[in-house]
Design a protein around this ligand. Structure first.
Ligand SMILES: [Zn+2]
Length: 220
């Protein structure tokens, strides 16, 4: 079973992805983790990827594809997060799956209105103690005492990137890069979009339930 997750930063893609993985016993394959792992182990592909990353450049499609395919060979049921990112990668994935008599079950696309992402992301605070790493949200998940970490008592700080301008920029880059993929999977008949209301008390549960309904519907 292959599920692809799409969603802008701040939509909760990682969280919902984890829930889906748990439900269907899938391996959560995040491209960023593969990169870090290959680089750390200094594999030939890791070294190649690092040449680009260290210069702040994008890793070329063929390197990314080779890395992901290497992982897919070791795994059965996978949720892909961060791959494919380009049409070339999507085409390569399709070819790979065809060759192995496999297919994509669904492409889950999470939609959250921009103003909600900005509101949620810009109210995020994290623990200044790097070993703790707890994160909170002054609107949605406040600490017990304002400005203080529940777990370790260290002061809470804001990440420099979590300001409305930077978030807007990040979203624009994401949409520009992802729209072609959304169109591609729409044409392939695989796209399943979920509109998320972040103001519900149980947003995570409601969204997960919708995703499961979609996946179950496609499995039958
Ligand atoms: Zn802490």
């Amino acid at each position: 079973m292959y599920i692809i997750m799409l969603g802008a930063p701040g939509t909760g893609k990682g969280t919902i992805g984890n829930e889906i993985c748990e439900k269907y016993n899938l391996t959560h394959l995040a491209t960023g983790d593969i990169f870090r792992d290959e680089i750390k182990r200094e594999t030939p592909l890791g070294k190649k990827a690092n040449e680009y990353i260290s210069k702040g450049e994008l890793v070329p499609d063929e390197v990314t594809i080779a890395m992901v395919e290497g992982k897919l060979n070791e795994m059965k049921d996978v949720l892909l997060d961060g791959f494919p990112r380009t049409i070339a990668q999507a085409e390569a994935l399709k070819e790979y799956l065809n060759k192995n008599n496999k297919n994509i079950t669904a492409v889950i696309n999470l939609n959250v209105p921009d103003e909600d992402i900005i509101k949620r992301t810009s109210s995020r605070v994290i623990c200044s103690n790097k070993e703790c790493g707890a994160s909170y949200n002054t609107i949605f998940m406040p600490p017990k005492v304002e400005g203080i970490c529940d777990k370790c008592g260290s002061p809470l700080i804001k990440r420099k990137d979590d300001n409305p301008e930077t978030i807007k920029e990040r979203l624009n880059v994401y949409y520009k890069n992802t729209q072609p993929l959304i169109d591609y999977y729409e044409k392939e008949g695989l796209l399943e979009s979920i509109d998320i209301n972040i103001y519900l008390e149980n947003t995570k549960e409601v969204t997960t339930e919708k995703a499961i309904k979609i996946i179950d519907g496609r499995l039958n």
